[in-house]
Write a protein that binds this ligand. Sequence first.
Ligand SMILES: [Zn+2]
Length: 327
Amino acid sequence: MSVSFQDYYEILGVSRTATEKEIKSAYRKLARKWHPDLHTGRDKETAEEKIKKINEAYEVLSDKEKREKYDRLGANWRAGDDFQPPPDTEGFHFYTGGDAGASGFSDFFEAIFGGGFGRGARTARRGPVQGQDAESEVELTLEEAYRGGQKSLQLSTREICQACGGQGHDGQSFCPRCGGTGVTSSTKTLAVKIPPGVADGSRIRLKGQGGEGLNGGTRGDLYLKVRILPHPLYKVRGSDLETEVTLRPEQAALGDQVSVPTLDGAVLMKVPAGSRAGRRLRLRGKGLPHKGGRGDEYVIIKIDIPERLTAEEEKLYRQLAALRKGV
Ligand SMILES: [Zn+2]
């Protein structure tokens, strides 16, 4: 049977290389423009026709698998051309009779993607289908991110139900294994290799740990987004670190050597005489790794006084006060 070819890219007014975001934004604009409630009379009918086509185009182009399948049909078709569905669509439901269009989709859509079991239902596929990539998060302490190493991670995963191939039904009744949802969930433990110096927000790819493939298709990949947990001592500023050190007044006034924490262990830092509160002292190369080197650690000076003074200390402070009065 031949159907009328639908150019989904033309309908949404986007290029064949449009990104997901561009497609979504084009769809939103058009859906607002052609919303039937915004039109009356003949215009309303036109709008209803338009919105049907817009929805159908979006249904296909916003779905990675459907879009790939659609793209495989080739770019040489123009909207409305007589189109013969390729032989690999054999096995899909063909609606030639009264049911056609009941779903709101064109004959073309039904021929290519099947239909009949609810809007957007997955259709039976013959060839191998690669599993979908999955995304998750991994939380690391600053030290774990800095040093790298193994980390074991518990993940709950959702996979396409192998009993019904993700359809949720066997054509007549719901799949008992997945309760008709087409997906099953399980928990697994993964040993994740953390590369040393991994940055907050970066992604670690675990090949073949994503969604299961269908009909012998390979598994998708799992992407773990790194989230570095807040640290009690350090603030992370890009690849630089910030920490604080508290000095007594005489240390700040006269200068001193003080012990400060770094990711490589404590180091002695020279505090120059006359350091005021808020001064930032730099420990070069003690920050986090970045391309071609390491960031710095900034030590911010805080000054505090002893809570209780001994009699002798108090005497000295009084001398200091008397001295200042004379200035
Ligand atoms: Zn199932």
